[in-house]
Design a protein around this ligand. Structure first.
Ligand code: FES
Length: 111
């Protein structure tokens, strides 16, 4: 495990998501309304589209391009179910958010 400090809680309010580079990997950090924080791959597993441009409702992220949907708390695809996004471990220590990307590659799914 190699957790790296990404930002502070003040940088990512509840309901917000933002891209960060962590150890050379582009990561989408998401702060859900329930207070939980999740890190997933920044690119949609379907095509080369930034998921940060999608919409977030509860824990469901919808890609802006073809409306594929993912549960950001598990990384599992909701529609289609055979797609999934890579999840990175997140740790919150005080006000700081840490993410570990070591050994985890983004996932890609053909339609
Ligand atoms: S690029 Fe995201 S659903 Fe197609």
């Amino acid at each position: 495990m190699a957790f790296e400090r990404v930002c502070s809680l003040d940088d990512l309010w509840q309901g917000e998501m933002e891209n960060f580079e962590v150890s050379g990997t582009e990561v989408l950090l998401i702060h859900l309304d329930d207070g939980s924080i999740h890190a997933i791959q920044s690119i949609c597993p379907h095509q080369e589209v930034e998921l940060v441009n999608g919409s977030l409702e509860g824990k469901v992220l919808t890609c802006s391009m073809h409306l594929w949907q993912f549960d950001v708390s598990s990384g599992e695809g909701i529609n289609p179910t055979h797609a999934e996004v890579a999840k990175y471990p997140v740790r919150v220590d005080g006000e700081d958010i840490f993410v570990d990307t070591k050994g985890i590659e983004p996932k890609f799914t053909l339609a």
